[in-house]
Design a protein around this ligand. Structure first.
Ligand code: FES
Length: 224
């Protein structure tokens, strides 16, 4: 039987074991475990970061935007148009980066044109003023031109005025004629055309958001 004095001695001895200096092997093992933990954490961080960074980059497939179809009724309305622009409502399809495609209700303005006359009326699109003549798509298609409904000044929505026979923006008074040429007000360029095409009998339009308030047409995005 162990004497009480010996028992307390044993406990005192047990507590002292924590104060025993670590051996070189133990220090090496501890350092190795710490370094391994940091390395594994770094690898996990990189693996998680790749898809996040990727999602912030624009997808190559969306660099030219998505095509949204007009209904046959809208195309018919545009075909009947003569001297007045037609407001065309449609469901716009667009995609940002790797996010799934989205839809929203939108409208554009369509005009029926004589291509030669339209070209003469809009030198900023076809021939003129340096950087402003920068539209990388066919503007007149099937005898129509589609305009973005966004005022090139600061982005308000303009309207067609039958009385004034021109487009007028309610925000700062910029005005544009039937062909979209700038007539008055602070806007630095005429109305912005949008890509429009005939796809197996279906008319389709692509939305482009251009930089406001610059003479040049600089593409910001293909979504609203
Ligand atoms: S936003 Fe249209 S005139 Fe200013």
């Amino acid at each position: 039987m162990q004497a009480p004095g010996n028992a307390s001695q044993g406990l005192a001895h047990g507590g002292g074991a924590y104060d025993t200096p670590e051996t070189a092997d133990e220090v090496t093992r501890r350092t190795f475990m710490a370094n391994a933990t940091v390395a594994i954490g770094g690898i996990i961080g990189v693996v998680l970061a790749i898809p996040i960074v990727g999602s912030l980059l624009p997808a190559r497939s969306t660099s030219q935007g998505s095509w949204s179809p007009l209904t046959s009724a809208e195309l018919e309305q545009l075909q009947k148009a003569t001297e007045k622009p037609v407001k065309l409502s449609f469901t716009m399809i667009y995609q940002d980066g790797y996010l799934p495609p989205e839809q929203s209700d939108e409208y554009v303005w369509g005009i029926k044109v004589d291509p030669a006359r339209f070209q003469a009326a809009r030198p900023d699109i076809f021939t003129g003023s340096g950087a402003a003549a920068d539209v990388p798509f066919t503007v007149v298609n099937m005898g129509f031109v589609i305009f973005s409904p966004v005022c090139p000044h600061l982005g308000c929505r303009y309207n067609w005025s039958d009385d004034a026979n021109r487009f007028i923006c309610p925000c700062h008074g910029s005005q544009y004629n039937f062909e979209g040429a700038h007539l008055a007000g602070p806007a630095p360029r005429g109305l912005d055309p949008l890509p429009f095409r005939d796809q197996s009998g279906k008319a389709e339009v692509t939305w482009i958001q251009f930089q406001p308030n610059t003479p040049a047409r600089i593409v910001i995005s293909y979504s609203p």
